[in-house]
Design a protein around this ligand. Structure first.
Ligand code: CP
Length: 319
């Protein structure tokens, strides 16, 4: 593995899951791999889990870690080519990425969708500019359209908690008053479709009309607007809000009946509830669900460390 931008950079999901589980069992076994190597973690947006888990994973591998919040700790960065830089961005990504690449052996980038221009967001400009100019491997810490480190942690969590060989996994839209990116839902679909294609799971997506995800992400997943039908017999419920892809970046409904309650969970096969966090309690999912033994959200977040460690190990092994 060179870059980790999307599932396309992964040779084997199974191998990465097993590598994550091995790291969980023995976190410091590969300290020599990262000795005298440095990772730079660059954030254009806020983070709790991604920032801390990736730093911890890098340290487990013996790496040095530098973290920077763009625009707060650094100059604002211009991403467009050939522009007259007479605005508020003091530095171009061409110089910034190249300079960071001289200080770092790996660079992780978080840059969310702006939700204004769909084509621009789906071009993944920030990731591509860093991959072009940094000269070192780039790790996606959540981009405009994907969150692959989260999806790998989700795969590890499902592998640990599953009670059948081919569990039913349901992605459900949850209500929210703010327009949120599609990245987590897109990525989850991308990875779950690959798992379904390999016969590892059954995958269902449920959301209100108007919240259809991009066709390249939803793929062959079974999609229904009937949440109760989707939940019937499910082993895993994965909750997430996203704004509309079709009416790009808009909130079309906040229908509270889509929030997950214990009544909804009672339709499942004693299923587990998953969410990438942060989650707004009682807006998207009830206290009773989050505080029940059916909730996996803390273990899921804990597995972010092992997901990051598996990916960084693979990149370091590649030299
Ligand atoms: N799930 C996740 O990426 O959390 P943070 O936004 O806190 O990093």
């Amino acid at each position: 593995m060179t870059n980790f931008l999307s599932l396309a950079d992964v040779t084997s999901i199974d191998a990465l899951i097993q590598s994550g589980l091995a790291a969980k069992a023995n976190p410091f076994a590969d300290q020599v791999l990262g000795k005298n190597k440095t990772i730079g973690l660059i954030f254009f947006n806020s983070s709790l889990r991604t920032r801390l888990s990736t730093q911890k994973a890098a340290q487990n591998l013996g790496m040095n870690v530098m973290t920077m919040n763009v625009g707060q700790d650094s100059w604002g960065l211009e991403m467009e080519e050939g522009v007259l830089m007479n605005g508020d961005k003091a530095e171009h990504v061409r110089e910034a990425a190249a300079v960071m690449g001289r200080y770092c052996d790996i660079i992780g980038i978080r840059a969310f969708a702006e939700l204004k221009d769909r084509d621009k967001d789906y071009r993944e400009q920030v990731m591509h500019q860093f991959a072009t100019y940094a000269g070192v491997p780039i790790v996606n810490l959540e981009s405009a359209t994907r969150h692959p480190l989260q999806s790998l942690a989700d795969c590890i969590t499902i592998e640990e908690a599953k009670r059948t060989d081919r569990p039913k996994v349901v992605l459900t839209w949850l209500p929210h008053f703010k327009p949120l990116p599609q990245a987590v839902a897109n990525s989850f679909c991308e990875w779950m479709n690959a798992r379904a294609q390999a016969g590892k799971i059954e995958f269902v997506v449920t959301h209100p009309a108007g919240y259809e995800l991009a066709p390249e992400f939803v793929g062959n997943a079974h999609v229904t607007h009937n949440q109760s039908e989707a939940f019937a017999g499910a082993d895993f419920i994965y909750g997430k809000n996203w704004s509309s892809y079709t009416h790009y970046g808009q909130v079309l409904t906040q229908d509270p009946s889509w929030a997950v309650t214990m009544d909804d969970m009672n339709l499942t096969n004693n299923g587990k509830f998953m969410h990438c966090l942060p989650v707004r309690r009682n807006l998207k999912v009830s206290d009773a669900v989050l505080d029940s033994p059916q909730s996996l959200v803390i273990e899921q977040a804990a597995n972010r460390e092992w997901s990051a460690q598996a990916v960084l190990k693979e990149i370091l092994k590649n030299g």
